[in-house]
Design a protein around this ligand. Structure first.
Ligand code: PFF
Length: 447
């Protein structure tokens, strides 16, 4: 296993897994999806999905990865050679490249906003101006493609260097720093005049707003935010030693990840309602309101620059985990050198990212696709970031519970004398609750 690389320490593993989980999914995606789906009730369903679906699947991915010490394709092959199960791994590899493509476009937005804060373009923007600035920003094709390229090169560079080298060291300081700025932003947002309306939207469930789509969005958001369904956590688990406690690691990752997402909501919604802005404006939501909050803070532009920079770092710890999936596949199964694998997959993700970069007005066709009538980025986010991850998680749950069998998975989880008091609950969840629930929610979309 040492030739594939290994984690330096237990804390190193939790940090890396949490680094994968915490990213744009928490700060960009969670608020916009919550806004689109009516607020408080969605948040409750989301937390339910994290506990009932996310945690069990995360544990299943960790166990499968560590037991096989393989990439997602190799892991299925190792346990059931000669079957078609390894196509689940291929789906993961494909999903990884596709998510990386549009995710890096949004990461490029954060780099762009970091620059805008430093150059004074964000200074003292009112709500109308902030929204207008954002609209013209996402309609500028070359700028966005350049930012996408810069971000992709950063990601590839780090992955090419190997698993334990690099970013985790820095994120020990940088992620708590991001959290601190977010706390500050929350205080500012909550004390804006009219903030209470936002709190009501975020905390008081309105049962009239429930429909089938809400469940799909909450489920998909849980998988997306926890980095599940494409084999990221499986791959990270494959670099793990037998002594580590998979149960507590999964719990830590879920708690950290969910806290950051909930905190992001406490920043966005009070400010949004205090400015009488609509919560359901889609992927641009956070970028349209954050500059307004910064404009209401002393030293706001400095905070803005730092915030967008740290957000880009959080995105980077996520993109390296996504790219690691196809790269580990090429290293293990095709015996490619790490460098070549990383550059090729990065180039592919860059190419697929271009339509997303052009979908905010840069090119008419991608900004409003025929037939589906949405922009390319929103479509990709839905297809890969939601549906594909849900399908992947479904297949992983079925495989671990019914093909590999829970007894084997439990033996892996409790290896080295780790106690797992909720083992029976986990077995129930991964055997019945996860497969049935995911299937029902997915199938219900067709009616
Ligand atoms: N969890 C990351 C986030 O919330 O930003 C995104 C992500 C990473 C999704 C890894 C999927 C994945 F496999």
């Amino acid at each position: 296993m040492s030739s594939r690389g290994n984690w330096g320490s237990r804390v190193g593993f939790i940090l890396a897994a949490a680094g994968s989980a915490v990213g744009l999914g928490n700060i960009w995606r969670f608020p916009y999806i919550t806004g689109k789906n009516g607020g408080a009730l969605f948040v409750l369903i989301y937390i339910g999905c994290v506990i009932v679906l996310g945690l069990p699947v995360m544990l299943a991915e960790f166990a499968l990865g560590r037991a096989t010490a393989k990439n997602p394709v190799g892991a299925f092959q190792a346990i059931r050679p000669g079957t078609k199960w390894h196509y689940t791994g291929f789906l993961g590899v494909l999903t990884g490249v596709m998510i990386l493509s549009f995710y890096s476009v949004i990461a490029g937005w954060t780099l762009g906003y970091c620059y805008k804060s430093l150059s004074g373009q964000l200074a003292a923007l009112g709500k109308g101006q902030a929204a207008a600035l954002f609209r013209s920003f996402i309609a500028s094709p070359w700028q966005l493609i350049l930012l996408l390229g810069i971000f992709m090169v950063l990601t590839v560079h780090i992955v090419a260097k190997g698993v334990s080298a690099g970013l985790e060291k820095y994120s020990k300081i940088l992620m708590p720093a991001l959290f601190l700025i977010m706390l500050l932003l929350m205080v500012r947002s909550l004390t804006l005049p009219g903030a209470e309306k936002g709190l009501l939207f975020y905390l008081k469930p309105d049962f009239a707003k429930i429909n089938g789509r809400v469940f799909l969005e909450a489920m998909g958001q849980a998988f997306f935010s926890l980095s599940l369904g494409l084999g990221t956590m499986l791959t990270y688990g494959s670099y793990l030693g037998k002594k580590e406690n998979l149960v507590s690691s999964a719990a830590w990752v879920a708690v950290l990840d969910t806290s950051v997402a909930i905190l992001a909501g406490f920043i966005i919604f009070p400010a949004l309602f205090s400015q009488n802005m609509a919560p359901d404006q889609g992927p641009g939501l956070v970028f349209a309101i954050l500059p307004v909050i910064f404009a209401h803070m002393p030293g706001g532009m400095g905070f803005a620059a730092l915030f967008f920079l740290l957000l880009a770092v959080a995105a980077l710890t996520s993109t390296i985990s996504i790219l690691e999936v196809p790269v580990a596949f090429l290293i293990d199964e095709k015996k490619w050198p790490r460098r070549r694998a990383a550059w090729l997959m990065g180039a592919l993700a860059f190419a697929f990212g271009i339509p997303s970069a052009l979908s905010g007005g840069g090119m008419k066709f991608f900004s409003r696709l025929p037939v589906v009538h949405v922009d390319f980025l929103s479509l990709w986010d839905k297809v890969w970031g939601n549906v594909a991850l849900s399908v992947g998680s479904l297949l992983i749950a079925i495989f671990v519970a019914h093909v590999w069998k829970t007894a084997n998975a439990l033996a892996e989880i409790t290896a080295g004398g780790v106690s797992f008091r909720l083992a029976r609950l986990w077995v129930m969840a991964i055997k019945y609750v996860c497969p049935l629930l995911i299937l029902v929610v997915l199938v219900s979309q067709f009616f």
